[in-house]
Design a binder for this molecule. Structure first.
Ligand SMILES: [Mg+2]
Length: 269
C-alpha cells in the first residue's frame, strides 16, 4: 500500500459541474413524453419552448431547484416534477420518499431509461446547445488546475461516461482525471461502490481518500468506510443539509475556502 498518496475523489454534478439547468430541461422533455398526449401539464410545454434565460427565472425551475437536494438519481427528477405538478408541499426527505413510492417502480424505471435516452439524443443532435446548459463551477475548476499534482484526482459520479468525457474536455480539465480514475454510473447506485473501486485501483487505504459530494446522504453512506468527507456548499443542497453536515462533523466547503480545507494552506503538505 502506498501511504504517500493522498486522493481527492470528487462527485461531478454539484461539485465540478452545474448541471441543474440541463437536468431540468432533459427531465421536463422526458416527463412530457412519458405522460403521453393529453397527460402533459401545460407548464411543461411552455418550458420546452423557452430559452435558457427564461427557464432560469421560471417559477417551476425555482421549485425544481428547491427539490433537488432530496433526489439523487434520474428517476428522482421525475419525482420532483410530479411533486410540482401535484402542487403538494414537500419539505422533508421522508415526504419526498413517500411521494416517490406512490409513483410506482415501473414508472420510475421507465423514466430512468428514458431520461438517459433523451439526454444522449440531445447531446448528439446539438452538442453546442447541450454544453451551453452545463456550466462548470469556474472557481473550483481553477482550483483543481492550480493544485494539480498535489493530490491524485478521481471522479466518483452517478453520471454517464459520455457526458462526463464531453464536459471534462469542455472545461479543459480532462487531463487531470486519468481514465481509470473516472468511476461513473456503471459502478452502481451507491458511492460506496465507487470509492471501493477507486481504493482498489489505487491501492490506497480509505483513510487516504477525501471525498467531496454535494449530497449529504452520499457522505453519510461512505463515512463509515473511513473516507474523509466534505460537502460542497455550492452544489445541490440547502441550509437544512448544510446544518446537518456540520452536526455530523463534515466540513461544508465554500468556493473561497475549499483550497485551505482540501489542500491545507499554500506550502503546507
Ligand atoms: Mg452531486
Amino acid at each position: 500500500m502506498n501511504r504517500e498518496r493522498e486522493v481527492l475523489a470528487l462527485d461531478f454534478d454539484g461539485v465540478i459541474s452545474d448541471s441543474a439547468l440541463e437536468t431540468f430541461v432533459v427531465a421536463v422533455r422526458t416527463y412530457g413524453k412519458l405522460a403521453g398526449p393529453g397527460g402533459h401539464h401545460p407548464a411543461w410545454a411552455e418550458i420546452e419552448k423557452a430559452d435558457s434565460q427564461a427557464i432560469l427565472s421560471h417559477p417551476t425551475y425555482q421549485e425544481f431547484l428547491g427539490l433537488m437536494p432530496l433526489g439523487n438519481r434520474a428517476e428522482e427528477f421525475a419525482v420532483a416534477l410530479a411533486v410540482i405538478e401535484a402542487g403538494v408541499s414537500v419539505e422533508e426527505q421522508v415526504d419526498f420518499d413517500r411521494f416517490r413510492e406512490g409513483l410506482g417502480a415501473e414508472f420510475l424505471a421507465n423514466f430512468h431509461a428514458a431520461f438517459y435516452r433523451e439526454r444522449s439524443a440531445f447531446r448528439r443532435a446539438d452538442p453546442h446547445a447541450w454544453l451551453a446548459l452545463v456550466a462548470p463551477f469556474d472557481e473550483f475548476v481553477e482550483l483543481l488546475r492550480r493544485r494539480a499534482g498535489d493530490r491524485i484526482f478521481a471522479l466518483a459520479t452517478a453520471k454517464d461516461r459520455a457526458s462526463i468525457d464531453l464536459l471534462l474536455g469542455a472545461y479543459g480539465v480532462a487531463d487531470l482525471f486519468p481514465d481509470r480514475l473516472v468511476v461513473d454510473k456503471e459502478a452502481g447506485r451507491s458511492k460506496r461502490a465507487h470509492l471501493a473501486l477507486l481504493r482498489e485501483r489505487l491501492d490506497v487505504a480509505f483513510e487516504q481518500i477525501t471525498f467531496v459530494d454535494d449530497k449529504l446522504n452520499h457522505l453519510e453512506d461512505v463515512a463509515p468506510l473511513g473516507v474523509r468527507c466534505a460537502l460542497s456548499g455550492w452544489g445541490y443542497n440547502g441550509q437544512r443539509e448544510r446544518n446537518a453536515a456540520v452536526e455530523r462533523g463534515f466540513p461544508v466547503l465554500d468556493l473561497a475556502g475549499a483550497e485551505a480545507v482540501l489542500f491545507g494552506n499554500p506550502g503546507e503538505h
